[in-house]
Design a protein around this ligand. Structure first.
Ligand SMILES: [Mg+2]
Length: 348
């Protein structure tokens, strides 16, 4: 269960908040228009500006032509980054398991905190309320069974939307949408799909009529992805930035020791704890590090790396104990502390 949150017309909304006199009138944040001679593009604009057909990414000269009386502001990235950080802190108060995709957009994996879709709806509305109270900004939230459905849901009722799509409604929810509402399908892909079907204004339903083979022959590897997406299938995961790069345990002996039995028993115990934590994380491991601290507080480490794999106690113990033996033979004196750490594969 994924929640997608997207701030409404973010840069422009922040500027409205800072200067309420900008509200209710067309506001464009982006390059300097220089009375229509300016270069560069529109970053964001408010909804009043959109009435003049001004859009993000449009040349600023055109935006000026469409509405010369609009307020044009330069991009104040520092301000938006600060607000974005505040919003991240609010999101973190809901769950640490989130992926920020841009300054104004994030995916939250809420399957652990929402047992069902009505809880999810409450989480969504609480989050909106918190952001409004603390930052005086509106956002749109979508909840769905995967990232793609959640994103389409949050986009579907902007601004200030809250749309919950239960798994049983996913297919119905997307079937009548324009193909361009599917994330990852841009103007080029749309054009080639139109060519295949000899038809304009394609809906998701239209594209479903194209066979997997045909999509593969036109789009290569992407064909399968398009085939799945129009069927509501998306198994990409929420990649939390806060995900640990490694986990480990250390144990300090009551008294510095050379007792092999004591050392090996302690080592077994911490290996078991680390293995359990790694299994809990459900991620692949690429390296094991063993640490040994001597009586004189000298820290020695030994590391072994291998192809990313899921580990268990036996694997970790077998690899780790060899490192430990090396460390112990290198250090003749009593041991103060030993530790074991596993490093997770980065792209996991
Ligand atoms: Mg946005």
């Amino acid at each position: 269960m994924i929640l997608h949150i997207d701030m409404d017309y973010f840069f422009a909304q922040v500027e409205e908040r800072e200067n309420p006199r900008f509200s209710g009138k067309p506001l464009v944040v982006g390059a300097e228009p220089k009375e229509g001679r300016g270069r560069g593009v529109v970053s964001t604009c408010n909804y009043e500006a959109r009435k003049y057909k001004i859009r993000s990414g449009m040349p600023i000269s055109r935006a000026y032509k469409n509405c010369p009386d609009a307020t044009f502001l330069p991009v104040n990235m520092k301000l938006y980054e600060g607000v974005s950080e505040n919003i991240s802190r609010i999101i973190e108060s809901v769950t640490k398991n989130y992926e920020k995709v841009s300054l104004d957009e994030a995916y939250l994996d809420i399957k652990e905190i929402a047992k069902n879709y009505s809880t999810a709806e409450r989480i969504g509305s609480d989050l909106k309320k918190l952001i409004l109270e603390r930052e005086s900004l509106t956002c749109s939230v979508g909840v769905g069974e995967n990232k793609m459905i959640a994103k389409i849901a949050s986009e579907s009722e902007k601004p200030d939307g809250l749309v919950i799509v239960k798994p049983c409604d996913s297919s119905r929810f997307i079937v009548s949408r324009s193909i361009r509402e599917i994330p990852g399908i841009g103007p080029k892909t749309e054009k080639r799909l139109q060519e295949i079907l000899s038809k304009g204004n394609l809906t998701v339903k239209d594209v479903r009529s194209i066979s997997k083979e045909q999509l593969n022959s036109v789009f290569g590897k992407r064909g399968e992805d398009i085939y799945n997406r129009v069927r509501g299938v998306d198994d990409s995961q929420v990649v939390s930035e806060k995900k640990a790069k490694s986990i480990g345990r250390e144990e300090t002996f009551d008294k510095d020791t050379l007792d092999p039995e004591k050392i090996i028993n302690t080592f077994r115990k911490i290996v078991a704890e680390v293995a359990e934590a790694a299994i809990e994380e459900d991620r692949k491991v690429k390296s094991i590090v063993v640490v040994c601290r001597s009586m004189e507080y000298e820290t020695h480490t030994r590391q072994v790396s291998f192809g990313p794999q899921v580990i268990d106690f036996d694997f970790l113990y077998k690899k780790g104990v060899r490192l430990l033996l090396h460390l112990l033979t290198e250090n003749s004196g009593p041991i103060r502390l030993i530790g074991v750490r596993v490093l997770f594969a980065v792209d996991d």
